[in-house]
Design a protein around this ligand. Structure first.
Ligand code: UGA
Length: 443
């Protein structure tokens, strides 16, 4: 099937590669000409495991190409996926300008019967606006609007797209439903589940899924605050809760809270959508408040551990919003860095993939080439993003190079026993702090 994909960000580019791998003929387009030039050279504009290799393979097979002209991508396509950004406005509402602009481009070059699919996360009701817009631009062709929300996670994006827990298609015509079922046949043939709904349900299901996951994380972070006061251990509480299949262990890790381009904006957008429909979804405002509190709580922990932050040197391990990505958008690690910097500390960061993006976003941040260099002379080491390699750090070597032997583990990723054995006072989140028997040099 000939498919056009508008927008080559995380969702768009992974969609291009995944659909090409399924055997379709895919053309990706983007208004960012630099990005398209990189892609035409087989280079992914962002880090995502396995993506670049697969991108090159599919380009070599001539199943995948890129163009900066939307007209070239849309002409002759049976299906067009809209994968453009839907950032939050200051009010929290999703900004849908890019969707509207894509609709205009699509309408201009569409052939009759084109299936126009929203893959970007959009508020319920967007498809209806999209259809009206397409029809206003072109009254000589029939459009079939559909919603096919994407549930991929950064870091495991290609696998998520090719081995999905579910494929959701929301349609309002037999034609669109048939085309999308055929498009996903390479996956449904292998047994992956496809759920068909109306369009508004598909749109809402995506926002609901992200908001619910964010709620689980905030629940764990609120529990962490209580555990710290009650002397309990939030990781064990989560373990116990998680054994109940109705609850599940996933997304109950307390720490610095959620970040990234999706959860913060989607929680806000769903709350705003509810408000516009006259429903006060206060639970979601609380989810967001607890999430902000998680960063504050870690900043307070650092201050408590080193006393005054002025002129203190803080080593910050991990800058990406989560491991496995170079994405720093709405990264809790950078929120924490901002707080520490504004309190007068020097922050020296290290991240295996996200360092240059972090520096661009926060120029006051100093960068180190490895964790030990970041720790040199530091009064506190904070683990902010739980990259796997941080679990294997040599505690003794870190201790050797630091000014104070203090670790704040904002992701509960390190081994407390090993840290204490190396001479550190160890402060996790929602669990008791531990200190060596004869702690002497802490401030
Ligand atoms: C999220 C969803 O998981 C995807 O299903 C969805 O498709 C995507 O948003 C999207 O809408 O595009 P992603 O933003 O890549 O995916 O990241 P997640 O793995 O969900 O993590 C989000 C944040 O929650 C990260 O900052 C992570 O560190 C944090 N988190 C996660 C916790 O603080 N605790 C946890 O237990 C789990």
């Amino acid at each position: 099937m000939k498919v056009a994909v508008i927008g080559t960000g995380h969702v768009g580019l992974v969609t291009c590669v995944a659909l090409a791998k399924m055997g379709h003929e895919v053309v990706g387009t983007d208004i960012d000409a630099e990005k398209i030039a990189l892609l035409q050279d087989g280079v992914s504009p962002f880090f995502e495991p396995q993506l670049e290799e697969s991108l090159r393979e599919e380009m070599a097979r001539s199943r995948l190409s890129f163009t900066s002209r939307a007209s070239e991508a849309v002409a002759g396509a049976t299906v067009v996926f809209i994968c453009v950004g839907t950032p939050a406005r200051a009010s929290g509402d999703a900004n849908l300008v890019a969707i509207e602009n894509s609709a205009r481009d699509i309408a201009r070059h569409a052939q009759d019967g084109l299936v126009v699919v929203e893959k970007s996360t959009v508020p319920a009701g967007t498809a209806e606006r999209l259809r009206r817009m397409l029809e206003r631009e072109r009254d000589d062709v029939t459009f079939h609007v559909a919603s096919n929300p994407e549930f991929l996670r950064e870091g495991t994006a290609l696998r998520d797209a090719l081995e999905p827990d579910r494929i959701v298609i929301g349609t309002e015509s037999e034609w669109a439903s048939g085309v999308l079922r055929l498009l996903y046949e390479p996956l449904t043939r292998k047994g992956y589940r496809l759920i068909e709904t109306d369009i508004a349900t598909a749109e809402l299901a995506k926002h609901a899924s992200n908001a619910f996951l964010a709620m689980k994380i905030s629940f764990a972070n609120a529990l962490a605050r209580i555990c710290e006061r009650a002397g309990a251990d939030v990781t064990s509480v989560a373990e116990v809760m998680g054994t109940d299949p109705r609850i599940g262990r996933a997304f109950l890790n307390a720490g610095l809270g959620y970040g990234g381009y999706c959860f913060p904006k989607d929680v806000a957008a769903l709350e705003r959508l509810a408000a516009r429909h006259g429903y006060d979804f206060g639970l979601l405002r609380e989810v967001d408040r607890v999430n902000r509190e998680a960063v504050e709580a870690v900043a307070d922990k650092v201050e408590e551990a080193v006393w005054n932050l002025e002129d203190k040197r803080i080593a910050l391990l991990g800058l990406a919003f989560k491991p496995g990505t170079d994405d720093v958008r709405f990264s809790p690690a950078l929120d924490l860095a901002r707080r520490l910097l504004s309190a007068g500390a020097t922050v020296v960061g290290f991240d295996p993939h996200a360092a240059s993006n972090a520096k661009e976003e926060l120029p006051e941040l100093e960068l180190a080439g490895d964790p030990y260099e970041a720790a040199a002379g530091a009064h506190c080491l904070v683990l902010a993003t739980e990259w796997e390699e941080f679990r294997r750090l040599d505690g003794a070597a870190l201790r050797e190079t630091m000014a104070y032997p203090v670790v704040v583990d904002a992701r509960n990723a390190l081994d407390p026993i090993a840290m204490v054995a190396a001479g550190f006072t160890y402060h996790p989140v929602g669990r008791p702090s531990v200190a060596p028997d004869r702690s002497t040099s802490e401030a």
